[in-house]
Design a protein around this ligand. Structure first.
Ligand code: IPE
Ligand code: IPE
Ligand code: MG
Length: 334
């Protein structure tokens, strides 16, 4: 089973899609794909078969998303907590992932045709070396595609991601790239594994569990969250439509909450910059400035801060890119 399942929607599905598309559509949808083992038990098949069918469902769901005009999808495929499962199950999941990433490389033309960019988010160094290499090749091979984006969270938890972002900022400060006063909500967001994506508009969890299990905690503070009882391998086009409808019914409230947050963030940054300028002035000649000079000093400070932050973010990107390129080199040792 390939990553994007080819095929068209049925007439009834197309009709429903068109009706939904007349309303506001989520641009980015995240899924906690849960319930594979319960599905396997229900169908009296091996647990690994449940996970395989879970992957097949992802391919099908991606096609539905594309048909609905949803161009970014983020999925929770394997959490850091999942390493605590039995060795047999973890090994089975790693083998499945390796097989699917190898398959992805062999289907490069198809992904190019659809313009699919695959990102894998998490601490990949926790994974077996062969899998790290397969993932790196898949990420590098599809990174220039820009029509749709699939973010696979693998060896991921949100708290780990946030702690890692804090460590990156501490590193930037130690290296003299940024000042501690440059640390802000916006900068932390840019240090997360998800920095290249907008926040999800809609987060869906299947299997009836009503918790986030440490998934995208930072990024979903203003997203519509929908819990559905269906087990992931049994997910249908109609389940997806129902979740989109929930998003549409809550659209206004979500937009309002987002706008308020964006305004508050901008005010926070302005106040932080003002405080820094004042401090600098007190440390300088201490002479009081008129309003115009204060404004000029503030503009000057803001542009210097932005320059520092950009330099730091480029260094961070370079660090991440070299990890992938090292793994892709023919003599790669992870
Ligand atoms: C989700 O399904 C897939 C992974 C966590 C890898 P589960 O394996 O958690 O299946 P349930 O929730 O126990 O049924
Ligand atoms: C969350 O599901 C992780 C994935 C879907 C990959 P879990 O089944 O691992 O979560 P908990 O343990 O029920 O919270
Ligand atoms: Mg589960």
């Amino acid at each position: 089973m390939s990553w994007i399942r080819e095929g068209e929607l049925s007439l009834l599905e197309r009709l429903t899609a068109n009706i939904l598309k007349a309303g506001p559509m989520p641009k980015h949808v995240a899924f906690i794909m849960d319930g594979n083992r319960r599905f396997a038990r229900k169908k009296h098949v091996e647990r690994q078969e449940g996970h395989t069918q879970g992957f097949d469902k992802l391919a099908e769901t991606l096609r539905w998303c594309l048909n609905l005009g949803i161009h970014e999808v983020t999925v929770y495929a394997f959490s850091i907590e999942n390493f605590k499962r039995s060795k047999e199950e973890v090994d089975g999941l790693m083998e499945l992932a390796e097989e699917k990433f190898a398959r992805l490389l062999s289907e490069h033309e198809n992904l190019e045709k659809h313009g699919v960019c695959i990102r894998v988010l998490g601490d990949l160094t926790l994974l077996p070396e062969d899998l790290q290499r397969q993932i790196a090749k898949a990420v590098v091979a599809t990174r220039v595609h820009n029509k749709c984006f699939l973010n696979v969270c693998f060896a991921y938890t949100s708290r780990y991601e946030i702690a890692n972002a804090v460590k990156e900022m501490a590193w930037g400060t130690e290296q003299g790239l940024i000042k501690s006063s440059d640390v802000s909500e916006a900068l932390l967001s840019q240090c997360l594994y998800t920095s290249s994506s907008p926040d999800p508009d809609l987060l869906i969890r299947t299997s009836g569990e009503v918790r986030l299990s440490d998934f995208l905690l930072w990024q979903t503070s203003h997203s519509c969250i929908v819990f559905q009882s269906v087990l992931w391998p049994e997910y249908t086009f109609w389940n997806l439509c129902e979740a989109v409808l929930q998003y549409q019914l809550n659209y206004r409230a979500i937009q309002k909450a987002r706008e308020l947050h964006m305004d508050a963030e901008a005010v926070q940054q302005l106040e932080a910059d003002r405080a820094c300028v004042e401090q600098l002035q007190q440390g300088g000649n201490g002479k009081l400035m008129d309003a115009r000079s204060r404004q000029a000093a503030l503009l000057n400070y803001t542009s210097q801060r932005e320059e520092r932050v950009n330099r730091f973010l480029s260094a961070l990107q370079h660090k991440r890119d070299s990890y992938f390129h090292r793994l892709c080199s023919p003599t790669a040792v992870a």
